[in-house]
Write a protein that binds this ligand. Structure first.
Ligand SMILES: *[C@@H]1O[C@H](CO)[C@@H](O)[C@H](O)[C@H]1NC(C)=O
Ligand SMILES: *[C@@H]1O[C@H](CO)[C@@H](O)[C@H](O)[C@H]1NC(C)=O
Ligand SMILES: *[C@@H]1O[C@H](CO)[C@@H](O)[C@H](O)[C@H]1NC(C)=O
Ligand SMILES: *[C@@H]1O[C@H](CO)[C@@H](O)[C@H](O)[C@H]1NC(C)=O
Length: 504
């Protein structure tokens, strides 16, 4: 006999399509059918229970999402806000547990190269925390000289960034829909915050704008916060953002660690941030050691860029005052004078060296084991990063942090940020080459006025206190550009300076 089950059976109707007779044979069948019905009923109730569980679960998710949405979009009525006065020495910051009063939303566009943006992003985190505003993940510079279209999540681990700061400041990947609609309908209020501002500026000038417009956009992030005169909890936020929250994406971290592993297997290594690249020379006007054709090329490049405003530059004068990056030749002399072991691996953290192999010859003679990421890795390893200058710079950043010695030849953003990070990691050796002292000693040595030993001794004496050991951050009131940058020496986040001088 062939039974045809019909769906209607599930709802208590006939379970089979034909009408059975009452014969004993049929009774036997009847028995079987009863068993089938009981079995089916048990199955159905199990199914129903699972169904209920799923529904309850979905309902919970829905409630949770609604709750998150409410928290995220909650903006307090400005008029009910009490006026608070800032005390620069307030107690430890209260921890954000998802329930602080949100004063509004801050969007930022970071400008500059990788390390300038890095410092700027950390400043923005600290400012957002101080003002109790929600920070939207920063937009990175696509128009800078380095022409890299990478966005935040292409370089930094964005989920780690948000999560590791979540007890302090609320960060969202995008503006919530309500605020997005609002700025689409009205317009977005944008401003560049004044350079080197302190918290008084952000409290008195920026916060009222955020409260007025709900969403505020900073068009720049470089050096918007002063180095000094900032409450210690704000300084500590800068450190937390820089040293805990900002981590590169897993592919960048992995490849960076691979380079470090290869170097370590071969022995100690020094990272030389040899900032002897074409853009640097064109921009700075430093042409020491270049031939006439090269000088012309560099000068033409400087004149071609409208934002490189300083056009007429006397290279000799500039070099003498210590404002030029050291040349590869000068660098070789300086490192040899400091008795750096000639057999150490020297990893060049830089792009193309201007003048190529010809300019590298004397450095290679002094330190034969010169390497860079392109020589340590397979071409295929670097392929995904090659077209993204900021991702390539991130690889060098990782290697620079881990090196036995870090030696930058120019005081740019990378030199500063890496030096500060190495201090934070336990005062790892960073040679802060004193360019003004060095070029003058080198000129005397070359003219034969100093013997090698005299030269070497003078270089060593001049660098005894410039090896990255604990020092007081140099403060020059009224001249922030000439000060030591906060990220260069984040003293508020480092162990107190002992009175005993550290041995080199
Ligand atoms: C930020 O919130 C804290 C409490 O978490 C409060 O003490 C402080 O006054 C608030 N600051 C501003 C600028 O709203
Ligand atoms: C903040 O900067 C302003 C203007 O530069 C200055 O007058 C004020 O004294 C500074 N405040 C603090 C706390 O350093
Ligand atoms: C540049 O400065 C040096 C030293 O101050 C001076 O001797 C030289 O003549 C200057 N060169 C030009 C082209 O002005
Ligand atoms: C990188 O850029 C070059 C030239 O612009 C192009 O030929 C190449 O395909 C790009 N590589 C990747 C991986 O995008």
């Amino acid at each position: 006999m062939h039974l045809q089950w019909r769906p209607v059976a599930l709802f208590g109707g006939s379970i089979y399509s034909h009408t059975p007779g009452q014969s004993p044979k049929n009774q036997q069948w009847h028995h079987r059918y009863m068993r089938a019905i009981v079995h089916l009923a048990v199955c159905m109730s199990k199914l129903y229970l699972s169904f209920l569980t799923v529904i309850t679960f979905l309902l919970c998710i829905k409630i949770f999402k609604t709750y998150v949405l409410i928290v995220n979009t909650h903006v307090v009525d400005h008029h009910q806000q009490q006026h608070h006065h800032i005390s620069s020495s307030s107690s430890s910051p209260s921890h954000f547990q998802g329930d602080y009063v949100n004063n509004g939303f801050l969007m930022v566009s970071s400008n500059g190269g990788l390390n300038q943006m890095r410092a700027g992003i950390c400043d923005m985190v600290a400012i957002a925390r101080f003002l109790n505003v929600t920070l939207i993940v920063p937009e990175l510079d696509k128009t800078s000289f380095w022409n890299d279209r990478s966005q935040f999540e292409d370089i930094f681990d964005v989920d780690h960034f948000i999560a590791s700061l979540s007890d302090e400041v609320r960060i969202l990947k995008v503006l919530p829909q309500k605020q997005r609609r609002r700025i689409e309908m009205a317009s977005l209020y944008s401003m560049p915050p004044a350079s080197w501002s302190n918290m008084t500026f952000y409290y008195n000038r920026v916060l009222p704008q955020i409260k007025k417009y709900e969403v505020l956009h900073f068009t720049k992030t470089d050096t918007r916060l002063a180095n000094n005169g900032i409450p210690v909890e704000v300084q500590k936020m800068r450190c937390k953002a820089n040293y805990e929250a900002l981590r590169f994406t897993p592919p960048i971290e992995e490849l960076g660690k691979k380079i470090v592993r290869i170097l370590r297997e071969r022995g100690p290594f020094l990272v030389l941030h040899l900032r002897y690249e074409m853009d640097m020379l064109a921009f700075s006007g430093c042409t020491e050691g270049c031939d006439d054709k090269e000088i012309e090329e560099l000068t033409n490049m400087r004149y071609a860029y409208p934002w490189w405003k300083e056009k007429v530059i006397n290279s000799t004068q500039k070099r003498k005052s210590g404002k030029c990056p050291l040349t590869p030749e000068e660098t070789a002399l300086a490192l040899r004078a400091l008795d750096i072991d000639p057999s150490i691996q020297v990893y060049i953290a830089a792009g193309d060296i201007y003048g190529g192999e010809r300019r590298m010859a004397s450095l290679r003679l002094a330190f034969p084991h010169i390497v860079k990421k392109e020589t340590l890795l397979e071409a295929s390893d670097l392929e995904p990063f090659r077209n993204h200058s900021n991702q390539m710079a991130a690889l060098d950043y990782i290697v620079s942090l881990e090196s036995d010695i870090f030696a930058p030849t120019y005081g740019g953003n990378m030199a500063r940020v890496v030096e500060g990070h190495r201090r934070y990691l336990g005062f790892r050796t960073t040679i802060r080459l004193d360019r003004m002292l060095l070029v003058n000693l080198i000129d005397q040595y070359k003219k034969g006025r100093l013997s090698w030993d005299e030269f070497s001794q003078a270089v060593k004496t001049g660098h005894a206190d410039r090896m990255g050991s604990p020092t007081q951050r140099l403060e020059i009131p009224g001249k922030p550009k000439e000060e030591e940058y906060f990220y260069n020496n984040p003293q508020e986040c480092l162990p107190p300076i002992s009175t005993k001088p550290k041995r080199l």
